[in-house]
Design a protein around this ligand. Structure first.
Ligand SMILES: [Zn+2]
Length: 220
């Protein structure tokens, strides 16, 4: 499982093929941090719909499946996660680890500004608007494999600074979201490679139906 040094203070990780399929309800293959958390019923996810809703959870209630593309938590020891296969998984934590958010950002979520919405919600939940945050972006489809139409390019252009995320007709959504986080003053590390051509991850465009996970846990 991939991890970021920036988030060394909280349990977190990005899974890949080696950890197995993580569609909703299928978490048997999740290793290390995830396995222990799943066994204790401590991972909370949402029903992802490529929007910008933030689900704020106090704990894990598997009977509630709410449509949202970011899951935020400040309850000690509880983990939250997003499922991805080409879309961008983004994990953000306060420096003390008392608040975390997992964000699912495909192009629609990116264009809907889900990162700014999520970060604002996290700051509100922490009750400490000035507490520094840190972020990690996991494996996703990169510009090498993501040629898109005007709708996507214009959508991303509306929210991401500059054009460092654009290569001809190809968009790098990880870079677009990294630039948004950097503009918010949040240190961010991108880990892993391209899900489409990297071989180590599930890829929706590559025909996979399976999903991998970006998971992060509130400090106990
Ligand atoms: Zn690629």
């Amino acid at each position: 499982m991939l991890r970021s040094g920036l988030l060394h203070h909280v349990a977190h990780g990005f899974t890949g093929r080696s950890e197995g399929d993580l569609r909703r309800g299928n978490v048997a293959g999740l290793a290390e941090v995830g396995a222990a958390l799943c066994a204790r019923g401590l991972i909370r996810t949402a029903s992802q719909v490529h929007g910008r809703e933030v689900l704020v959870v106090e704990g894990v209630d598997p009977t509630q499946l709410i449509e949202a593309d970011a899951v935020l938590c400040t309850a000690p020891g509880v983990a939250v996660a997003v499922r991805v296969a080409d879309c961008v998984p983004i994990l953000v934590a306060s420096t003390a680890g008392h608040g975390v958010i997992a964000i699912h950002a495909g192009w629609r979520g990116t264009a809907a500004d889900i990162v700014r919405v999520g970060v604002a919600a996290l700051r509100t939940a922490l009750g400490a608007p000035d507490e520094p945050l840190r972020a990690a972006i996991g494996p996703s489809i990169r510009s090498c494999c993501y040629e898109v139409g005007d709708e996507v390019i214009e959508g991303v252009r509306a929210i991401s600074p500059g054009d460092g995320w654009l290569r001809g007709r190809a968009v790098d959504l990880a870079e677009a979201n990294r630039l948004v986080l950097a503009a918010l003053g949040i240190p961010v590390e991108v880990v892993g490679g391209c899900t489409r051509c990297g071989g180590e991850w599930y890829s929706h465009r590559g025909g996979d139906v399976e999903r991998q996970l970006g998971v992060i846990r509130v400090a106990s």
